[in-house]
Design a protein around this ligand. Structure first.
Ligand code: ADE
Length: 251
């Protein structure tokens, strides 16, 4: 791992969906690591693309397809597993968790906005016992990257994570109490694992749907996924270009 002062050399991009990943794979000219070269255990559905871009070695990992239903393995369990194994085997200097999110218009989010998360929390781990309640749904600060924010002009907001695309009234209560602006299905899980292994992580999230709007979430999400992924990938490219040649303390 790079020291705080040394230049960043290895970046791990964690993405949940293939649709979100493929434009980045082509932009950075990454290639899929063949099975015989895989650092992942046999049987794991995780997928890794890698390559060099400017001064960086980039690994882009995704949890792959669910073995039973064949869809992208979105959600916290898969995200935590692939992040954990990737940190241990690839030893990144920095993690970028890139993905789509729902946004709250009451907090200023619009479709296509790209946010850098300042805090992360889970909203569906309600444990009404002292201290466990905070463990369950309390917000944690993310690694701060003021220069990325300044340079790239991204929006800043608190991110809330849960395993559902929709939002129950209980989820909403927690999300509001944590003052979140965006809502995803992986961020807090990636943050938990990154913190566990003392690896700085940033969260770049693009808004596909307005949670407190009129349209049904799944409809709006699917309608905007491709266009918003283009905005996400542009932002991630600019973040990677900014990071190249810098040290962690420059971010
Ligand atoms: N990803 C994109 N939109 C989302 C939403 N509304 N909730 C959770 N994850 C999302």
């Amino acid at each position: 791992m790079a020291s705080e002062a040394g230049p960043i050399s290895k970046v791990l991009i964690v993405v949940a969906m293939q649709t979100e990943a493929m434009p980045l794979v082509s932009k950075f000219k990454l290639v899929e690591a063949p099975a015989h070269e895989s650092t992942f255990p046999k049987g794991a559905p995780w997928v890794r693309y890698h390559g060099n871009y400017k001064d960086l070695h980039i690994d882009l990992v995704l949890p792959g397809k669910d073995a039973v239903f064949g869809v992208d393995s979105v959600g916290t369990v898969s995200a935590a597993l692939v992040t954990s194994f990737s940190i241990q085997t690839l030893k990144p200097d920095l993690i970028i968790n890139a993905g789509t999110a729902g946004g709250f218009k009451a907090k200023g989010a619009s479709i296509g906005d790209v946010f850098l998360a300042s805090d992360v929390a889970f909203h569906d781990r309600r444990i009404p016992i002292p201290v466990f309640d905070m463990y369950g749904t309390g917000a944690r600060k993310t690694f701060t990257a003021p220069n990325i924010l300044k340079e790239l002009n991204l929006k800043v907001g608190k991110l809330s994570t849960g395993d559902s695309l929709d939002m129950s009234p209980h989820d909403e209560e927690v999300i509001l109490s944590n003052d979140a602006t965006i809502k995803d299905m992986e961020g807090a899980a990636v943050a938990y694992v990154a913190d566990m292994f003392s690896t700085p992580a940033i969260f770049v999230k693009a808004v596909t749907d307005i949670v407190d709007g009129e349209k049904p979430t799944s409809e709006e999400f699917l309608q905007n996924l491709i266009a918003v992924t283009a905005a996400l990938d542009l932002a991630v490219t600019r973040v990677v270009e900014f990071i190249s040649g810098k040290s962690i303390s420059d971010l």
